[in-house]
Design a protein around this ligand. Sequence first.
Ligand code: GTP
Ligand code: MG
Length: 606
Amino acid sequence: MSENSRDSSGIRNIAIIAHVDHGKTTLVDGMFRQSGLFREGQQVADRLMDRLDLERERGITIAAKNCAVGWRGTKINIIDTPGHADFGGEVERALSMADGALLLVDAAEGPLPQTRFVLKKTLEAGLKVIVVINKIDRKDARPVQVLDEISDLFIDLGATEEQLEFPLVYAVGRDGLAKRSLDDADGGLDILLDLIATEIPAPRNHADQPFQMLVSDLDYSDYLGRLAIGKTRNQTVKASDVLIRIDSAGTVKPLKVTRLQAYAGLSLTDAQQAVPGDIVVLAGIDEVHIGDTICTSEHPLALPRITVDEPTVAMLFSRNTSPLAGKEGRYVQASKLKERLVKETLRNVSLAIEDAADREGFIVKGRGEFQMAILIETMRREGYEMCVGRPQVILRSIDGVRCEPIERLYVDCSEEFSGIVTQKLSMRKGKLISLTNAHGGRTRLEFSVPSRALIGFRDELLTDTRGTGIMHAYLEGYEEHRGEFPSRFTGSLVSDRSGNSVPYALFNLEPRGQLFLEPGEPVYEGMIVGEHNRENDLDVNPCKTKKLSNMRAAGRDENVVLTPPRVMTLEAALNFIREDELVEITPKSIRMRKSVLTAAERKRLR
Ligand SMILES: Nc1nc2c(ncn2[C@@H]2O[C@H](COP(=O)(O)OP(=O)(O)OP(=O)(O)O)[C@@H](O)[C@H]2O)c(=O)[nH]1
Ligand SMILES: [Mg+2]
């Protein structure tokens, strides 16, 4: 690596961007292997950069992360980014460190909505793009058409002539194969690494200007404290230099760096000084935010802060107020909850938090319900309890008109299901724009739908199409609010008392709807125990035991055979609840409840 070089010519900073699952993290493994990071025959896990527990469990990338490989005298800093739309803020943040991007496109799926989003951001940033048509080993690969679709996308996004002439590689990232033309024999990823070294520009620096670094990421180390991560510019910086930080208000604060590190493979190495243009990690800075500039005290000049798209979804987080609160979690107070949420907004540029209007909690704003679900899941594993409301899309007032986000939705399903899909979406103010019959009895439907209709819609689509429906959507813009519709067309079965559910009662409730609980589980008044068959809520007694005749002993009525309850995961619960309902979350349990617990109070409010 370019340890000794004092200028940026030996450095390349690239972000890997794509739609979800198109193979970014797997390709990084391949680049590690190709660059000789591992010993011959060394056993290494797949998708090494996905090191968060939730990333490994879900098989997707959640946070953008840095690593570096050395390649024929060049140091390539790689930023692996998530492809799921809800984590789009991570891509925007990652691009602030990059001088170029690898755009991966699945050779069978072609460009999809998030391909569009990430490419748009990259082109806007004026970065050079190398296109990788990946997974050409797929049986259904169609690389020739996919290349056309990619070119169309570049044109559609207003790419310059120069950007349109993107270098192209065909690859099987998983197997470490690459080639420049489909007719070529398979080569290795050295082809791709060479291309990065020759096509991606070195970071631009002005040797006559003072040192600057934009803070693009934060991390935390138990023994080093808070870490600020970013690309350095212009002059060299030494660990011993006296530096300052400029915050969002333009205030200048002195700081002392205790350690300077740079990326090497998957880990960090100490450095005495940073080559300009390299991505470094500075330790010892207590108060620092993403977007701050770190520079010298003689030349306090701030770089433009990172800007990201506005949040589109809001959700209420509040203290757990259910009768079972505090039994399973370590942190239950509202103050603890707030502290934790604020901490999250420091690292995650696409999240914002504010106090709820009635002061009964906090409104967390972000990109989507999946992002919220991941945050909640992370917090419950850390020992937090909380109640959260249904994710709501954020409305805007445009010229005095109440407007809502509208998405362009593409559904691909078997012809036989197109009727039900269209019907479900029109109930939610969706408009069918086109319908085309593809080969193999499949139909492609295109809709314009309010974003709020899509919260939880994927689950419903999978159920309605017996797991075969595929959907993709992207935000089209804002339009006048299309009018109300219920987020769910069924009511809830609500427990009318506290106790433990009993088999006899559950058995008798089964004809009323689908139940969510096993016998013996604790319930409380206002807790949702099932989905009602009808539109309205129904108060029920899940604890009711059979009247004992004198012939029978208690417990003997438990011989009923119950239908297995519907298991409500966190995401299923978030999608299920209506506006007047909450999900109660503890490290061990997920329960749903009415916001107002007592039946009498709910009746009064109706
Ligand atoms: N057939 C085929 N499958 C691949 C290839 N590369 C990756 N995959 C598979 O594609 C899936 C997704 O791979 P990832 O590397 O996690 O994709 P990603 O783009 O990082 O996904 P996100 O970060 O969640 O957006 C995994 O099941 C991989 O095994 C390839 O070259 N060919
Ligand atoms: Mg990934």
